[in-house]
Design a protein around this ligand. Structure first.
Ligand code: 4GT
Length: 433
């Protein structure tokens, strides 16, 4: 069984937080033990001083080494114990860490107050620093109470039903599905019909699908980490939250673009751009890749390049190049998407120059994806300009400008195909938080 000892000058806060409900009963029944050690009991002066002014100046007080370390050592005792400091500078607590803590026989939770603890307390007497998240409290006590509560519910005999701990949010790396109880209609909001139907297979599928939907929507980084099993793949297919990439088309625009003097020109189609952008579009699961030029021979060139690769043996490359469609103008691209999706596209572009596309709303990649998740079925067209960039005053259809890609120096040396790849990764690449 995991035993906790809390080192705190205000143990009442922790004790009170753990005196009620499931955890209070577990303590009373002996399924969970929580003890306290007060650093004031390890002071030697008349005022029982635990804090002092910081070296180097600055506001507030710092908890002194001697009484705090003496208290930690007394709390740990002779047998092995994990000594944990609650600190906003610690590693963010998650359910995996909670599970790990539950495997220890004895955990000492050290709570700072004032501006924090002398760093040598950490150096000499702490094994692990944990944070509840990126916010600041007046002391570590509420953090200690959270840790104990979270560990307690994993301990045998604490939750009534042995399976109920395993089922919850994060154990499966997904958020919990929505729950309902009576009444069947509350303020006009009905309980989903299926839940009252008694088809347990259908209910389980609905719950799993809602958990996937919520996680994809609210916690994309959690979703990215979750490995979908076969059944989940089926359930997730067609969730509008997940199919934004499949509604996205990139267009490589050769006209109207600017030259170095700011004149509106038509640039030349290049082999590298046709080929590499098609492969990026395929990698991120896009609906299509349009190569836009009013020059018929240039469209033929693009089609020819794409067709060369399609005759190749490698099916993956052929399928990427099949995404490629040459079109005469941005207006044709918009019309094609309108026809294909039954809805006109939202048209976005990138621009480093804040003076360009003055009427379009500036959005981050995450904001743009969220907007499309809220608009099921609406296609997204992302325009990339060649040459010196899109001629903004000839493209009134552009309503969103995506925060530009910027390196450190002022000058942007990226090729357009590199910019497309980076932007697609920002929009649809899977990554941790
Ligand atoms: C936030 C957290 C924490 C504090 C957290 C030292 C003096 C730290 C006050 C203490 N604030 N402790 N553990 N986010 N404040 O976990």
């Amino acid at each position: 069984m995991t035993r906790f000892t809390v080192v705190s000058i205000l143990p009442e806060i922790v004790d009170a937080a753990l005196a009620h409900g499931v955890v209070g009963r577990a303590r009373a029944a002996g399924a969970l033990a929580v003890g306290f050690v007060n650093p004031r009991d390890f002071t030697t002066d008349r005022h029982r001083t635990v804090d002092d002014t910081p070296y180097g100046g600055g506001p507030g007080m710092v908890m002194k080494c001697e009484p705090l370390v003496a208290a930690i050592e007394a709390a740990a005792g002779d047998r092995p114990a994990l000594r944990v400091l609650l600190s906003p500078a610690g590693r963010p607590l998650d359910q995996a860490q909670v599970r790990a803590l539950a495997t220890h026989d004895h955990v000492v939770l050290v709570c700072g107050r004032y501006e924090g603890v002398d760093e040598r307390v950490v150096t000499t007497a702490i094994d692990l620093e944990l944070s509840l998240g990126d916010f600041v409290l007046t002391g570590g006590e509420l953090g200690a109470a959270c840790v104990i509560d979270a560990v307690a519910r994993l301990l045998p005999g604490v939750l009534g039903d042995a399976t109920s701990a395993a089922d919850e949010s994060f154990s499966q790396a997904l958020l919990e599905y929505p729950q309902y109880t009576r009444p069947p209609v509350f303020r006009g909001h009905a309980v989903p019909e299926l839940l009252a139907g008694g088809n347990h297979g259908a209910i389980a599928a609905w719950r799993r699908r809602e958990a996937l939907r919520r996680t994809a929507r609210r916690r994309p980084e959690l979703f990215a980490r979750h490995v979908l099993d076969r059944a989940e793949h089926k359930l997730a297919a067609g969730l509008p939250e997940l199919d934004v990439a499949a509604r996205t088309t990139v267009a490589l625009v050769h006209h109207p673009v600017l030259d170095r003097t700011g004149a509106v020109v038509t640039s030349a189609v290049t082999n590298l751009d046709v080929h590499d952008i098609a492969r990026s579009a395929a990698t991120y699961g896009l609906a299509g890749y349009q190569v836009i030029t009013p020059v018929e021979s240039q469209r033929e060139k693009a089609a020819h390049i794409a067709s060369l690769w399609q005759e190749e043996q490698k099916e993956w490359r052929a399928s990427a190049l099949r995404l490629c469609t040459p079109l005469p103008a941005v207006g044709d691209a918009i019309a094609a998407l309108h026809r294909a999706h039954g809805h006109p596209p939202l048209v976005a572009a990138t621009s480093a120059d804040p003076a360009r596309f003055a009427g379009a709303r500036r959005v981050t990649p995450a904001e743009l994806v969220a907007e499309l998740q809220d608009a099921p079925g609406v296609p997204l067209l992302v325009l990339f300009g060649t040459g010196w960039g899109l001629a903004d005053d000839q493209l009134p259809q552009v309503s969103r400008i995506i925060t530009p890609i910027s390196g450190r120096p002022a000058w942007n040396h990226l090729s357009v195909r590199s910019a497309v790849a980076i932007l697609l990764d920002r929009l649809y690449g899977l990554r941790d938080a």
